[in-house]
Ligand binder design. Structure first.
Ligand SMILES: Nc1ncnc2c1ncn2[C@@H]1O[C@H](COP(=O)(O)OP(=O)(O)OP(=O)(O)O)[C@@H](O)[C@H]1O
Ligand SMILES: [Mg+2]
Length: 275
């Protein structure tokens, strides 16, 4: 028998995966301690979307200079790497003294080109050469007029807490776009270890929060810190998590566990131009 918390957890999870034009998209935030499974949740959601909505376009944003996480999916037929022209993005093999490797990306110039070249039902991993520009990309995606899905690793690199000058204007505009997610056909999921590293106006727009073990409780959140601290960690059956949507919350266990793929220990890197 499921408990009330489990039933509500499933209900909120279903909301994340429902594509209903009248209800619009969702903005989801996953937080948790180091190695608590934040990336695995993103991969699991992306995988579900690819399998169930093969006609829709799915995007993934990775960090630079860290092992590329999407290889954990172990579905090479699904990867489509896209790089902005002249962004100086290169790929290196960590198993081989950071030797340059050619991952045969699709190159694009403008966001509209990028969107046109992106393949439905695949994981389109987009590198712009500057993670802050992912904000501009999302602004473009919100207006394409069909269902799009975006998964962002380490969102604090995209919408940082302390923007200055031009960046402040951009982050403000971006926060307004995030507010719109609910009214258009865009699902945006991001993860972060520390929610306090993200610009607060962006965080205020989050519709569903996922707390994994080791997460810090939010202000005005229905779940208590003690409840989060008691979430079970289980390497075999999956870690428990709280899902919070407004005033409602439930609990789920994430059984999709993605281990590092040691054969593909690659990283993306922005080459600095030498003068
Ligand atoms: N749902 C899960 N339940 C239990 N263990 C998991 C789960 N998902 C992943 N793991 C284990 O934890 C490790 C780290 O997972 P993952 O990279 O998803 O965590 P993370 O929170 O993104 O880590 P980081 O803080 O380094 O970004 C995996 O290699 C796997 O062994
Ligand atoms: Mg991670």
């Amino acid at each position: 028998m499921s408990t009330k918390l489990e039933v509500l957890g499933q209900k909120i999870l279903q909301r994340i995966h429902r594509h209903d034009e009248n209800q619009g998209g969702v903005l989801t935030e996953t937080t948790g301690g180091m190695g608590s499974g934040k990336t695995s949740i993103g991969l699991s959601f992306a995988n579900y979307t690819m399998n169930n909505y093969p006609k829709e376009k799915i995007f993934w944003s990775e960090c630079y200079n860290t092992p590329l996480q999407f290889y954990k999916l172990k579905r090479p037929e699904k990867y489509h790497i896209m790089v902005r022209k002249n962004s100086n993005v290169v790929f290196r093999d960590r198993n081989n003294k950071l030797q340059l490797i050619n991952l045969k990306p699709t190159y694009f110039e403008s966001f509209s080109d990028m969107y046109q070249y992106a393949k439905p039902g695949k994981l389109n991993i987009v590198f712009l050469g500057n993670r802050l520009d992912q904000m501009k990309l999302d602004m473009h995606l919100r207006s394409v007029g069909e269902w799009v899905h975006k998964y962002c690793e380490e969102f604090s690199e995209i919408a940082p807490m302390f923007p200055r000058g031009e960046l402040w204007h951009l982050v403000k505009k971006y926060a307004a776009v995030l507010k719109d997610v609910r009214k258009c056909m865009m699902n945006l999921h991001y993860n972060t270890q520390q929610v306090s590293d993200i610009y607060y106006e962006c965080r205020n727009k989050v519709m569903i929060k996922i707390f994994l073990p080791g997460a810090y409780k939010d202000k005005n959140c229905r779940v208590t810190q003690r409840a989060i601290d008691n979430l079970q960690r289980d390497k075999h059956n999956g870690n428990e998590a709280y899902l919070v949507e407004g005033g409602e919350f439930g609990k789920v266990r994430f059984g999709d566990i993605f281990e590092p793929n040691k054969d593909y220990h690659y990283e993306a890197h922005i080459n600095i131009k030498e003068d």
